[in-house]
Design a protein around this ligand. Structure first.
Ligand code: ANZ
Ligand code: ZN
Length: 802
């Protein structure tokens, strides 16, 4: 028989698909949109870790093609951003040029995967025809009051010399370069994502997404229920408003703390304490918010003033500390050291009173740490004896009644800092006019293209390099025609990726972001495949953009991604595969030695696709052997003219059933094991019985096609079929044919297994028991049978007595 030669076969079919593409539209096909998170075209190229997600989405796309869909499976480039710009700074190459080269290279490498990408629908976020619409969305947001300017202390990376969103700061460090992040006061463009907090939270319920990602988003949005309570200040007219999630602990509030940036800090610092307060506030301004929250050792300063606890009327000292954040709640808190860990640490450090107001079974104890469990209220006058979880509501109602407070909700989600002081991004399409203020560029004048610059180096003053190009900066006001200046900040890299999936379906449209027809035909995305690292950033921004576009009537759905799958990472030697770790495995040699089909299958076989999996260089050999077995099985049987038997039918339908079922639950690794197992059964039939029939071989080839498309096409041809295997329909299992006709059953004597017998599934009870007694004859010999139990498929038990 013909030997399996992956090189010839794979080259042949790659060429063939170029001239005879599979996945063509037709009237009777429904549309299906399968999307990969588009890559940043870096210079370093693809390793086997990158392949995993791309193979998954391709196998899924081909599965859908075989199920009769016309599939959109596009690819594009998220190409603005820092790496290209940093490269430009060091090498002096224009980012556009470097990007174009990288895209070229990336595309070449992607083609090695043989995925069914729709290259006609390619997008590139740095293409003016694309970012025209990125800017258009910004203009709409500006018009709706959702894009606004604000002077504010922002996260500032001194090394990248740019502002960062909260989402781009990890453990107080810049997500990109790992430098310590500081604060800087700058005029920023903000997007009011907070206006969508409630919808972003509620609509998570209906998404077919991993629950882990939903939880991460809902934690990020961070809704808390509580109350705002007013504290009067001794000798002052101002009141301090605090936000608390624990109104039940109000009697235990023994001091208060304001954030250093709180507006009352200056007013409340007594003359005697002014100097210390000022010094403290200055020092706090240098720290990042993450550090402030995580600091073990509490710091703080007394203002010299007192507030009055509104319930027990006791004097409570007012402190300032940076563990209270200015931009959460009201920026001021009531401190209950007995029941809050941070307050407890603060009280211990500064020797402030601790009063327990919630106690287990109502019994007061000496606390050596904060008591954060539920319990019964004590030391709380009329409220004593009420269980604390009910008391939250009871006290909050009382506060509302007495007009001391109101029930509220708070969100952790902050508005999105949307400007970057860098070159390689979309210019923000705004003109600043001395008469009219900030004015959006007219829609017909979009895009505002990025001009050429001499130096890409950020100025470090908080201005983008664009500020130096006077002929670009100086323009006329779109409103009054007078002299105006262009905004020189650019958008963050997230801007393009927040909506690119809409553009894929209508890439050449010059009149709209996407036409209504194309939108109706393809959107929203049916399946989105990508890494878990985008759980809160990209996936939250995209949902926000989609909801906004829905509100202005640009799209007709509120959620962009119906189903989401997050693949795990590929690791080697215990660490995530990455160039910086030096543990990268290149696909090139593997494709050369074993073929693309083998590598595709091994990418899936390496472990459950949603989990991180350890790469084993030898693992692919097992897959290669499997591929060869399938090849030889088909070669050995294609001309034997074998008639189908019940045994072959059973194997065939079980295979269809197992593969389909495991595919649908995304257990791709176990799909591969099912293939291996049933192929072995067929080989057994081929060697020891009369052989394998053609229909069974066809089914095997069709099912394998999404995984090993080249070999499947070749075998399809080899058995004499015309056209491509991808014109087949995914087979459907017939439960009748899957039935086991014979099964093995253990036989128990007095509850202990003593033998195993083979019986027919429908065999009569008498006959089964007859066989069973025969099998355990030696065991029951000389005893009398008192009971015979047979539950079909479950149990055979012979009860005997001596
Ligand atoms: C009194 C109290 C007693 C509190 C107690 C907690 C436990 P989440 O769930 O995160 O919303 N808080 C309020 N504003 C704050 C700010 N700007 N910076 C730091 N902490 C702040 O937590 C809300 C709780 O965190 C609030 O409830 C407040 O402390 C604190 F046994 O008030 B609590
Ligand atoms: Zn003007």
């Amino acid at each position: 028989s013909k030997l399996y030669n992956h090189k010839t076969i794979e080259n042949k079919w790659r060429k063939n698909w170029e001239t005879n593409p599979i996945n063509l539209p037709s009237e009777d096909k429904k549309n299906y949109y399968c999307l990969d998170m588009f890559p940043y075209p870096s210079g370093s190229g693809l390793h086997v870790g990158h392949w995993r997600g791309y193979v998954l989405s391709d196998v899924w796309s081909r599965y859908k093609i075989l199920q009769g869909y016309h599939v959109l499976h596009p690819m594009g480039w998220d190409a603005f951003g820092l790496p290209a710009e940093n490269y430009a700074i060091t090498m002096g190459v224009h980012p556009a040029k470097a990007t174009a080269e990288n895209v070229e290279n990336f595309k070449r490498q992607l083609k090695e995967i043989s995925a069914v990408y729709n290259w006609d629908n390619e997008v590139n976020t740095t293409d003016p025809n694309f970012y025209k619409w990125t800017q258009w969305i910004f203009v709409q947001m500006f018009k709706e009051g959702l894009a606004y300017e604000k002077e504010m202390p922002i996260n500032w990376c001194p090394s990248c010399k740019t502002g960062l969103a909260n989402e781009e700061v990890k453990d107080g460090k810049c997500d990109r370069c790992d430098s310590e992040v500081t604060k800087k006061n700058l005029r920023q463009w903000m997007l009011k994502i907070t206006a969508y907090a409630e919808r972003l939270l509620n609509d998570l319920d209906d998404l077919n997404w991993p629950s882990k990602v939903k939880k991460m988003q809902s934690d990020w949005i961070g809704k808390s229920y509580g109350a705002e309570v007013d504290f009067e200040v001794e000798g002052h007219d101002e009141k301090i408003k605090v936000f608390t999630t624990r109104p039940d602990t109000l009697y235990g509030a023994t001091f208060m703390v304001l954030a250093p940036e709180h507006e009352l800090v200056k007013t409340l610092a007594a003359d005697t304490h002014n100097h210390d307060v000022e010094a403290y506030v200055f020092n706090a301004s240098l720290k990042s918010s993450v550090d402030r929250l995580q600091e073990k050792e509490k710091t703080g300063v007394f203002t010299g003033n007192y507030a009055i606890n509104p319930l027990n009327k006791k004097k409570v000292p007012i402190w300032i500390s940076d563990y209270v954040l200015a931009d959460y709640g009201t920026g001021a808190i009531m401190c209950v050291p007995a029941h809050d860990e941070r307050d407890f640490a603060f009280a211990k450090k500064f020797d402030l009173p601790i009063v327990q107001v919630i106690a287990k079974d109502g019994i007061e104890v000496d606390l050596d740490e904060a008591y954060t469990e539920v319990g019964v209220m004590i030391n709380s006058d009329a409220f004593n004896g009420i269980p604390s979880d009910e008391a939250k509501e009871v006290v909050a109602n009382y506060l509302e009644e007495k007009k001391i407070g109101v029930k509220t909700t708070n969100y952790k989600l902050r508005d999105w800092v949307f400007s970057r002081q860098r070159y390689w991004g979309e210019p923000i399409p705004i003109v600043h006019c001395p008469n009219c203020g900030p004015v959006p560029v007219k829609e017909e004048d979009l895009p505002v293209t990025l001009p050429e610059v001499e130096s890409y180096e950020p100025t470090g003053t908080g201005e983008s390099p664009l500020a130096d190009i006077h002929e670009w900066v100086n323009t006329t006001c779109p409103e009054c025609g007078g002299p105006g200046k262009r905004e020189t900040n650019t958008m963050p890299q997230w801007a393009g990726s927040s909506w690119y999936f809409l553009r894929y379906v209508d890439v050449d449209n010059n009149d709209a972001l996407v036409s209504k027809e194309k939108m109706k035909a393809w959107l929203p995305v049916d399946m989105y495949v990508g890494g878990i690292e985008h759980a809160v950033l990209h996936l939250l921004y995209s949902r926000f953009y989609t909801k906004f576009l829905y509100d202005i009537g640009a799209v007709e759905f509120e959620e962009p991604f119906t189903q989401l799958f997050n693949q795990g990472m590929i690791c080697k030697n215990g660490a995530k595969m990455s160039k910086s770790k030096g543990n990268v495995v290149s696909p090139d040699d593997l494709v050369e030695n074993y073929g693309c089909d083998s590598l595709r299958i091994y990418e899936l076989f390496v472990g459950p696709p949603e989990l991180d999996s350890e790469w084993d260089d030898r693992g692919i050999e097992g897959v290669y052997r499997f591929i060869n077995k399938v090849w030889n099985l088909v070669m050995d049987n294609k001309d034997r003219k074998v008639k189908v038997t019940p045994e072959l039918e059973k194997i065939r339908h079980l295979l269809i059933h197992e593969v389909t079922h495991r595919m649908d639950s995304f257990h791709m690794n176990t799909v591969v094991s099912a293939f291996m197992e049933y192929t072995n059964s067929l080989i057994h039939q081929s060697k020891h019985n009369q052989g394998v029939d053609l229909d069974t071989l066809k089914t095997l080839i069709t099912l394998l096609a999404p995984f090993a498309p080249h070999m499947a096409e070749e075998l399809w041809e080899v058995i004499g079929e015309k056209g491509t295997v991808f014109e087949q329909t995914w087979p459907v299992a017939d439960p009748e044919k899957m039935k086991e006709d014979e099964i093995e059953m253990p036989v128990q004597v007095n509850g202990k297994v003593k033998a195993t017998i083979t019986i027919g599934v429908d065999e009569a009870k008498d006959s089964v028991l007859e066989k069973a007694k025969l099998a355990v004859e030696k065991v029951i010999h000389g005893q009398s049978v008192v009971k015979e139990i047979y539950v079909p498929g479950r149990i055979i038990n012979i009860v005997v007595k001596a």
